[in-house]
Design a protein around this ligand. Structure first.
Ligand SMILES: Cc1ncc(COP(=O)(O)O)c(C=O)c1O
Length: 342
């Protein structure tokens, strides 16, 4: 007998010597580890194809196509508390990108962009979340189990929860330590440039390697050996006052935070150049930072055990961080259309 993490006593899945024991059910949600952000607090409801389902009941069958083959698409979105109420940053753009990913994988979604936008707002409201992370996911469930997914039912869920700084508060303040991964980012000739669940096993290999080696995050090169992106972030490099970022064609995600930060810095008068960067550029940069919905704007203080600049977040990084923080907090007075109030 073994005590499950939910606190209920349950039989071990593998019975000693006498075949297989009965299925272990979790009556309470099990804690979910979120690395530097501590355990996730389950919320009351998950939006599941138009219904508000209690957190513990939002389950799928083990024969789901997506579980076997990674046939899912998803988004990561953040909601922020502002003086004007809770806003979901670029919610419509995120749902439009979900639809774009669906198109790339020939997945027919039952829900339109405006319907998903409303559902995301509703899941925040019913769970009483004034800020947090929103995770829409569409995936192939039952109906097909071969490699031809025709006939598999497409399910869509939206989960929301409270979430802190993805790479840790300390990382946001002082910068993170990054290692160039031995894993290359998959090329756009292997998968469409989309946010598909299965492709993230590539990022997961890189992230695991970096963390197990004592770094905070991985930086992936592409097949040609040029810089693509972090395991879940776009990269920016500042040199001589010019702000560089790799072009999407190298195989990085067309990040919405990347786009927002490029816009904000350009408005401040910085020169922004989409340029192919090689590994040595990383060592000669004055400043490097990551952007992403989860990571927001996170300074990189060290790459491959070499300090970036003087090893502390530089002035352009600080400007990008401050502009982005003000923007999402509803204090910038610009780009109001990116702030979608619930
Ligand atoms: C691989 C990867 N690159 C970049 C990003 C940043 O994209 P965004 O700013 O749209 O969140 C993400 C996050 O979704 C990601 O997973």
């Amino acid at each position: 007998m073994k005590s499950s993490s939910s606190g209920t006593t349950a039989t071990s899945n593998r019975a000693s010597g006498a075949g297989w024991a009965c299925v272990r059910h979790f009556s309470e949600p099990a804690p979910i580890d979120c690395g530097k952000m501590g355990p996730m607090e389950p919320t009351k409801y998950i939006w599941f194809d138009g219904e508000m389902v209690p957190w513990a009941d939002a389950n799928v069958h083990v024969l789901s196509h997506a579980l076997h083959y990674g046939t899912g698409i998803f988004e990561g979105i953040r909601a922020y508390e502002t003086p004007q109420g809770t806003e979901v940053f670029r919610l419509t753009d995120h749902m439009a990108r979900l639809h774009q990913s669906a198109k790339a994988y020939n997945m027919k979604l039952d829900w339109s962009v405006p319907e998903l936008v409303e559902a995301a707002k509703e899941i925040l409201r019913v769970n009483g979340l004034e800020s947090g992370y929103v995770r829409p996911i569409s995936f192939l469930e039952l109906g097909a189990i071969g490699l031809n997914p025709a006939g598999a039912r497409v399910r869509t869920a939206i989960i929301a929860w409270k979430w802190g700084a993805y790479l840790g508060e300390e990382g946001v303040l002082n910068g993170i330590r990054v290692k160039v991964s031995s894993w290359r980012r998959f090329p756009n000739t292997a998968f469409p440039n989309a946010k598909a669940t299965g492709t993230y096993i590539n990022s997961i290999l890189a992230k695991m390697e970096a963390v197990q080696s004592g770094y905070d995050e991985a930086l992936m090169l592409n097949q040609d050996g040029v810089v693509s992106e972090g395991s879940g972030e776009n990269l920016f490099l500042v040199r001589g006052g010019v702000v560089y970022t790799p072009p999407i064609a190298v195989g990085c995600l067309d990040g919405l935070t990347r786009n927002a930060v490029m816009t904000l810095l350009a408005e401040e008068g910085y020169e922004i150049v989409e340029k192919t960067l090689d590994r040595s550029d990383l060592y000669y940069g004055d400043e490097v930072f990551f952007t992403g919905t989860a990571a927001e704007v996170t300074p990189v203080r060290e790459i491959d055990d070499r300090p970036v600049g003087d090893g502390t977040p530089g002035p352009v990084t600080r400007v990008a961080q401050a502009l982005y923080a003000d923007l999402v907090a509803g204090k910038l007075g610009k780009h109001q259309d990116w702030l979608e109030y619930i």
